[in-house]
Design a binder for this molecule. Structure first.
Ligand SMILES: CC(C)(COP(=O)(O)OP(=O)(O)OC[C@H]1O[C@@H](n2cnc3c(N)ncnc32)[C@H](O)[C@@H]1OP(=O)(O)O)[C@@H](O)C(=O)NCCC(=O)NCCS
Length: 178
């Protein structure tokens, strides 16, 4: 279920076990942990660099200033535990028409394997449909078995692939109607 609440009509999505909502100040530490836990095959620009950037403070600044964390990639909070375990949401895909966003999700290691990503993504796809998006994209590395399985469960189908390099692997492009 999706409902718009509060100032600026920020979206809140509720599922059986989760609440998806804007990131809050103080939660940069969760984003930092996500960065820290990333697979070594993830490209360097999305990993903590040798000087320790982005820092928790830099990620805090990003939560305060970047609309992405307010209306794009929503914080995934477990209702019972009241803890934030990652993000799930929509970003500009740069593919297809302007109203064809990209689904993205990432969870802390400790929260994986319980169906949370699939549950969160289903809510986001419902939201995308209610917003009038006719198609949603998702890109995934060929080696990312868990993410590929989530996308398959959601009904995404592959439309193409690009071999990036032997270290990072091949990117698969997938799509689905919300
Ligand atoms: C991808 C990710 C979000 C999945 O989160 P999750 O909550 O564990 O996902 P779910 O539990 O909803 O589904 C995972 C599915 O993959 C399967 N899976 C997980 N690891 C697997 C592996 N190594 N081999 C085969 N299947 C695997 C699970 O069994 C489950 O399938 P099932 O329901 O048929 O049993 C999580 O692994 C993650 O954050 N990874 C790093 C970030 C990332 O890859 N983001 C996506 C970028 S495209």
């Amino acid at each position: 279920m999706a409902r718009a609440t509060g100032p600026g009509d920020r979206v809140v999505l509720e599922t059986e076990r989760l609440v998806l909502r804007s990131w809050r100040p103080g939660e940069g530490v969760v984003l930092h942990q996500l960065w820290t836990e990333r697979d070594p095959r993830v490209p360097p620009r999305r990993r903590i660099d040798n000087d320790g950037h982005p820092t928790v403070d830099e990620l805090e600044d990003s939560i305060r200033s970047d609309e992405l964390w307010a209306t794009g990639l929503l914080a995934v909070e477990r209702s019972a535990e009241a803890d934030v375990i990652g993000y799930c949401g929509l970003v500009d895909s740069g593919r297809g028409a302007a109203d064809e966003p990209e689904l993205a999700f990432e969870l802390l290691t400790r929260a994986r394997g319980h169906g949370y990503a699939t549950e969160a993504a289903r809510a986001v796809l419902g939201w995308a449909g209610s917003c009038g998006h006719r198609r949603v994209w998702a890109t995934v590395w060929d080696w990312n078995t868990a993410s590929r399985r989530v996308l398959a469960k959601l009904g995404f189908v592959e439309t193409g692939r690009t071999e990036v390099d032997p270290v990072h692997g091949t990117t698969l492009f997938t799509t689905r109607r919300p």
